[in-house]
Every structure is written in structure tokens, then in C-alpha cells.
Write a protein that binds this ligand. Structure first.
Ligand code: BTN
Length: 266
């Protein structure tokens, strides 16, 4: 296990001073963040946990969170803006995670649309963003950006181990120990900087230069049908542009997979 998470060390490592809270164990930092919002939290908060007993991923999946083996954190912000003006915060978060990994390790992560961070063709980080809408104004009152980074190799279930990696498993032994406090501070700091400039899309070129799917053959599912095409790139709003035999398709949300090799040969 890496050094224990420390509120003070993380706070001191950031140039954007926001409240930092570390929990020993929680069901999910995102769920806890939403409970805090429901009880009136109205200041920014970075909430971290050493372990999660019910960590959540996108599309109803669970997120494996062994004690001390990863960074499990949720950043809570209160934009009070129309949701469409804040949607790209998830893409900005993927960029912030890459920049933090680059700052603290010799590794070069890539982003698998829409917001997974990859190393050597395996997932090292997932991001789950959830919003709380004001019922009166219809504005996005608060947003919770949940980030899970695998830091040390852990006993993941077999199906997770096949597709996931950790920072310390990569880089041919060059990454021996990850400083989770420094990593958390840098992720949060970079995300807050990109958030301040969300309307000028500072994140977009940074995302595009790390886009992992460009040029790759992919498949995706929509309304129970399977589609395939070749990725052209990332649109102005973060959507995925795909060339198909019926013309260009733009996906604004969802998930695509790399086309299995057997299918490519057909
Ligand atoms: C995904 O891979 O689909 C997203 C995973 C997001 C995991 C993080 S860990 C911290 C925060 N709390 C959660 O329950 N989920 C997010």
C-alpha cells in the first residue's frame, strides 16, 4: 500500500484552495458527495476515500476499489449553469488525469472516448460525472466528478484484471511508488484550471492530442443493433466522429469498443 491519504498534504499541494476531506471507507465518494449536496453543501469539496464498498462506474457498473490501491475521489462544484455549458467537464477531467500522471510518472496515458484513461491498451482510470439539477431554475446546481485511478496492482476479479492496469504495473518497473497525495492534488488542480476555462474549451486540443481511438476500427451498439466504422476524431464538443459505409456518424454519448480482429478481416 502507498502512503496514507492526507487532507493537509493534498490541500498544500494545490494552488486552488478548496476543502479536502479524506474518509477511511465509504460506499462511494460520488454517493456521499450527493448526500452532502442534498444536506446543503454549497462550497467546492474534494472528497477522497481509502476504499469504497460500493464504488460505481458508468452504465450501472461497479468500480473495484481495494483499500489503498487506488485514488478514489469526487470533486464537487456548484456551477449553477445550464447543463450543456458544463457537459465537457468530464472530458476536461480525463485531460487533468492524463496531465497529472504525466507530471508524476514517466508514463504517457491516452484517452479512450469518452472518458477512460488508458495505458498500454488497458484502462487505468474511469470517470463518472453526476449532476444535481435545481427543480425551480432547471439549472445544473451541482456537479460531482468522480475519478478512480488504479495506482498499485491489486487482486482484481478476473474479468476486471483482463482489461485493467495500474500505474505501478506499467513503465517497465520505472514507476515503483505512486504518491497518491501528490497525484490527487495535481488532478484536482488541473481540473479546476480547465473548469475555469470551460467556455473557451482549453481542454479540447489537450484531449485531441491524447485521443486513443483515432484511426481505429470500432463497433458500438444502438437500439439493439451493432454498428461498425473507423474513428475520424473528436468533434468541437467532444463527440466522436466515425466513418461508416453509410457516411459519417457523430456519437455524443455511449461507448464504443475496438473491433475484434476476426471481424476486421471479414
Ligand atoms: C467508469 O469506469 O465507468 C467510471 C468509474 C468511476 C469511479 C470513481 S471512483 C470515485 C468515484 N466514486 C464512485 O463510486 N465512482 C467514482
Amino acid at each position: 500500500m502507498t502512503a496514507h491519504l492526507s487532507e493537509e498534504t493534498i490541500f498544500r499541494g494545490m494552488t486552488h484552495p478548496i476543502r479536502v476531506e479524506v474518509l477511511e471507507s465509504v460506499d462511494s465518494t460520488n454517493t456521499e458527495a450527493k448526500r452532502r449536496i442534498a444536506s446543503g453543501l454549497c462550497e467546492p469539496l474534494l472528497l477522497l476515500a481509502e476504499t469504497q464498498t460500493a464504488g460505481r462506474g458508468r452504465l450501472g457498473r461497479s468500480f473495484c476499489s481495494p483499500r489503498g490501491a487506488g485514488l478514489y475521489m469526487s470533486l464537487v462544484l456548484h456551477p449553477n449553469l445550464p447543463a450543456r455549458e458544463v457537459l465537457s467537464i468530464t472530458s476536461a477531467a480525463a485531460v487533468a488525469v492524463c496531465e497529472a500522471i504525466e507530471a508524476h510518472t514517466p508514463l504517457r496515458p491516452r484517452i479512450k472516448w469518452v472518458n477512460d484513461v488508458y495505458l498500454s491498451d488497458k484502462k487505468v482510470c474511469g470517470i463518472l460525472t453526476e449532476g444535481v439539477t435545481d427543480p425551480v431554475s432547471g439549472l445544473l446546481r451541482s456537479v460531482v466528478v468522480g475519478i478512480g485511478i488504479n495506482c498499485t496492482p491489486a487482486a482484481f476479479p478476473e474479468e476486471v484484471a483482463a482489461i485493467a492496469t495500474s500505474l505501478e504495473s506499467e513503465g517497465n518497473g520505472k514507476v515503483t511508488k505512486v504518491d497518491r497525495n501528490a497525484l490527487a492534488a495535481t488532478v484536482c488542480d488541473h481540473l479546476l484550471a480547465l473548469y475555469e476555462e470551460l467556455s473557451s474549451q482549453t481542454w479540447l486540443p489537450l484531449y485531441r492530442e491524447r485521443a486513443w481511438l483515432d484511426g481505429k476500427a470500432v463497433v458500438w451498439r444502438q437500439n439493439d443493433a451493432l454498428y461498425e466504422g473507423t474513428v475520424l476524431g473528436i468533434d468541437e464538443d467532444g463527440s466522436l466522429r466515425i466513418a461508416t459505409e453509410n457516411g459519417e456518424v457523430v456519437l455524443s454519448t455511449g461507448e464504443v469498443s475496438i473491433r475484434p480482429k476476426e471481424r476486421c478481416r471479414q
